[in-house]
Design a protein around this ligand. Sequence first.
Ligand code: NAD
Length: 448
Amino acid sequence: MAPTRIEESQVNSTAEQPAEVVARLRTTFRTGRTKPVSWRTGQLRGLRSLLTEHGQDIAAALHADLGKGEREAFRTEIDFTVREIDHTLERLEGWLRPEPVEVPEHLGDARAWTVLDPLGVVLVIAPWNYPAQLLLAPVAGALAAGNCVVAKPSELAPATSRVIAELLPLFLDADAVAVMEGAVPETTALLEQRFDHIFYTGNGTVGRIVMRAAAEHLTPVTLELGGKSPAFVDRSTDLHDVAARLVSTKFLNAGQTCVAPDYVLTDRETAAELEGALAEAVRQAFGADPAASPRYGRIVNERHFDRLTGLLGSGRLVVGGAYDRTNRYIAPTVLADVSPDSAVMAEEIFGPILPVVVADGLDEAIAFINDRDKPLALYAFTESQEVRDRLVAETSSGGVGFGLPVAHLTVSDLPFGGVGESGMGRYHGQYSLETFSHRKAVLDKPLA
Ligand code: NAD
């Protein structure tokens, strides 16, 4: 089916108030138009066309907002979302089939099954760090589930917000999908409306605001939050390979990645060797002057820049440490001998600073992790199966990655989400469909 395109005149008027938008979308939902699988796949194909036909426009916006290199923009935002859409398109019909369940004996010849019901009108609120992916991947899940969607991009990535607001209505059913741009006042006004689900990605403070607003209407929420994701390293590994993988994932998007390794946790002896390997890996990845590397991003705004430079005093500088406020550049930085009580260990770093913290032995490392908020991800570099098993069994985190940070979220069949302070709920692939649907129970007992 060709992508749904509409006339410019039908594009949402930005003057439309949140209550009007939600009412308009709810009217559409009630017609039943969004339920057939053909509508859903049509929307997904429309979204796919938007991404493939306007990839360059989105990449340019990402560069304007975050200094993101084109390759990284395609890999982590545009192509990532296209892959997620393709995965869903290939499987959606199968996922939507009613699922039979066994009935207990006392119900005799009864049959029972479950079906996935769309929820209605859902709200997706996105952050600035992957402003295209983190808006459009949940939108794809909501459309696959047959919902109408209000999409709220981050005002802190204004160029990406604008390009998506302009393009989305041209490729999708504009009576079923609306983009509402804006900052806190606009989001607050949106949150006063009754939605059937709210999907929020961002920080825990705003997560609490979202959840309180949702409680007024008994609206279920998914909260995709952050936290300090540790990377445990032990002596069994090749530290040069470990350093290369830590550097490529930590300094992606200048460290502004929710699943970036936040800090390294290792024993004293390994820490001493790893320091040098990390410094070398930074030079390999970004050259002697990372400021000149087209592959290295910038900090989103001055508030975050000032927050991050305030953390550079923790521990001992191994590599990096340079910064330039005029273009919000902070060099990829590694800090060693970092005390667990230092400022850099107090909150999620969300920038290009990698502290190395010493924990003597696995028991101490596990205790260190469990003494803190449950992280979005736990990473470990170890050749020991016993260590792997213990880390999985004895710690709690949104996900676990052995040998390669961040990559688990590119596997569409894995649920992506946090636990505790790192969030609630999950998405990607079939998990998105479940999140944006109600799994309805059906029982059929013949009369005779
Ligand atoms: P942000 O400032 O862009 O905020 C996210 C959204 O919340 C925006 O759309 C913004 O308009 C809205 N918002 C901000 N203040 C609000 C308020 N007072 N009331 C209502 N809405 C409000 O992004 P951020 O929170 O700085 O994002 C960074 C955080 O997000 C980090 O903690 C990071 O780990 C987390 N994160 C998590 C994931 C994940 O998938 N789990 C992904 C990316 C980022």
